[in-house]
Design a protein around this ligand. Structure first.
Ligand code: DGI
Ligand code: FE
Ligand code: FE
Length: 188
């Protein structure tokens, strides 16, 4: 699918603010894919559709998690996690994207998980550091992303998990698994 068509399709699903974020993720994901050796075209398409389900009705997403082959424990955790796995299903069904690598990058872009591919990591990090993001710590992660995909993601995860913990929120186990695997690999 060409970029213009993909952007048209996703624009209908998003607010203007979220569409601008999506364009930032797209530009950043292409740069990171080039830097760290992922498929640039897949990074572009995964980035464009990563937040496709962001504004779906919460009840609709809940019903999908209950009825589809998705982990039921998602329902016990923050509803912010749902748009990623639900998005992967909807992008396949409604947009017709059938590339498993692209769909995985969308599926895991919020929680992360163990054994993420380079493409998955590129989308995860691009979502965090795209130029329209401004929150404490993002600049440090942008700096780290010049050198190391994994080290930048570890910092991003420290920030996100720390932020959620301060608010007394639960952390989805896949996020810890993602973090632990990256940290343990750094030690080797
Ligand atoms: O959809 P975006 O806002 O672009 O970004 P996202 O899909 O990464 O969603 C991030 C939000 O999800 C962020 O505010 C933290 C929140 N969140 C809630 N529970 C968890 C979580 N993020 C992770 N990684 N793990 C959680 O358990
Ligand atoms: Fe998202
Ligand atoms: Fe996003």
């Amino acid at each position: 699918m060409d970029r213009q068509k993909a952007l048209e399709l996703v624009k209908e699903q998003l607010t203007d603010h979220r569409y601008i974020h999506t364009c930032g993720v797209m530009e950043t994901a292409i740069l990171l894919a080039r830097r760290f050796g992922a498929d640039e075209k897949k990074a572009e398409i995964a980035a464009i559709f990563h937040d496709y389900a962001k504004f779906r009705d919460k009840e609709e997403m809940k019903r999908m998690i209950e009825s589809e082959a998705l982990p039921k424990d998602l329902l016990e955790y923050n509803g912010e996690l749902w748009h990623a796995p639900v998005g992967a299903i909807l992008v396949e069904r409604e947009v017709g994207i059938d590339d498993a690598e692209i769909l995985n990058a969308i599926r895991y872009h919020t929680s992360g998980c163990e054994d993420m591919s380079t493409l998955d990591k590129v989308i995860y990090l691009a979502d965090y550091i795209e130029p329209n993001r401004s929150f404490p710590g993002v600049e440090e992660v942008r700096e780290m992303a010049r050198e190391s995909l994994d080290k930048a993601i570890i910092k991003a995860l420290q920030n996100t998990v720390g932020f959620l913990m301060k608010k007394g929120q639960p952390i989805y186990p896949d996020t810890f698994k993602f973090y632990n695997q990256l940290v343990l690999e750094q030690r080797r």
